[in-house]
Design a protein around this ligand. Structure first.
Ligand SMILES: [Fe+2]
Length: 333
């Protein structure tokens, strides 16, 4: 009997979406070029050691914060938005009640911000609001590369998918797709907004940040981002795709930024907002194509490499995984 974690409703506090990430990078000017020219993100603010970026459709100040480091580039923190300030206080009680560190901090351009961790060790921050900035999606003369519209989701690798899914379901995350191999959960799409995913967990050594996704208008924008990547010398950074996911329902391309952090571009996702849209469970035992509907499977790097969380050790799940790499696929051909 498959056990699917049940979403608590009403939730103990209200989360509206996955909204932003903070990474460290070695060279801010190279990262600035990559994210503004290839993805088409907009610079909201630039300080000596920090760059604040957003999609062209976004009125929130930032969805990606890059901080300069002379050490190992890492993901510093993942970000969720709550409905209001009162939810932040309820969130603090929720996390503290589970023995997790939870403290309010000051973060630039954000409301009061709660720093905490999830049950897998993922560093999290929650805020209710950000400074407002101009939406520039119709300033067509200023659009670059993929013209990325808005932040959509992020994917975290964890050794125990069921544990991660149960924790997020406790505060209102709904499960879209739930992937199993036999009786072992290997992946879960969790969401609070009306599309398929905000936070995705996949069974691999972790916690680590596998990728984050920005929405683009369509497949042409994905191709345009790849073209710009190629002409700026980032051709090798087009890691996987363009292609179409089997689960996940969308076209994709995965790009590696200059520090190896991975970003996905995808067209607007399917609607998944009706309360009776329950979880769909897939047993992927013996399925040869887990990630892609057609074309070549992902490189080994896509399957095994993820950005570490700063100061957070990873643990490994028991061996075994369903996904053939491109390298294995070519050896079989
Ligand atoms: Fe994704």
């Amino acid at each position: 009997m498959v056990h699917i974690p049940k979403t608590s409703w009403p939730p103990p506090f209200r989360v509206t979406r996955a909204s932003h990430l903070t990474y460290s990078v070695r060279d801010l000017s190279r990262s600035r070029e990559f994210y503004t020219q290839v993805l088409g993100l907009v610079v909201s603010d630039e300080e000596r050691d920090t760059l604040y970026l957003r999609g062209v459709e976004e009125r929130s100040h930032h969805s990606l914060v890059l901080k300069r480091t002379s050490g190992t580039p890492a993901c510093i923190r993942t970000g969720l938005r709550t409905y209001d300030e009162e939810d932040l206080d309820k969130a603090k009680s929720f996390f503290a009640g589970r023995g997790l560190p939870a403290e309010f901090v000051e973060a630039p351009y954000q409301s009061r911000t709660l720093h905490t961790f999830d049950s897998s060790g993922t560093p999290l921050e929650l805020c209710a609001s950000m400074s407002r900035v101009e939406r520039v999606d119709q300033k067509f003369e200023a659009l670059h590369g993929g013209g990325a519209l808005r932040f959509d989701h992020y994917q975290v690798t964890v050794p125990d998918v069921e544990k991660a899914a149960s924790f997020y379901a406790e505060f209102g995350f709904r499960i879209g797709d739930y992937m199993m191999i036999g009786d072992v959960p290997i992946g879960v799409f969790l969401h609070v907004k009306d599309t398929l995913y905000d936070v995705v967990f996949i069974r691999r050594p972790g916690p680590a940040l596998h990728h984050f996704g920005y929405i683009v208008s369509g497949i042409n924008d994905i191709i345009r981002a790849c073209d710009v990547a190629g002409s700026l010398g980032y051709g090798d950074n087009v890691e996987f795709g363009p292609g179409r996911h089997s689960l996940g329902h969308s076209y994709y391309v995965y790009l590696l930024d200059p520090d190896g952090h991975r970003v996905e571009l995808l067209p607007p996702p399917i609607y998944y907002g009706d309360r009776d849209d329950g979880p769909l469970v897939y047993d992927l035992s013996g399925v040869s194509r887990v990630t892609e509907s057609w074309g070549l499977p992902p490189r080994q790097n896509w399957l095994t490499n993820a950005s570490p969380f700063e100061g957070v050790a990873r643990t490994s799940p028991p061996p075994g995984g369903p996904e053939p790499s491109l390298e294995a696929y070519l050896r079989m051909s």
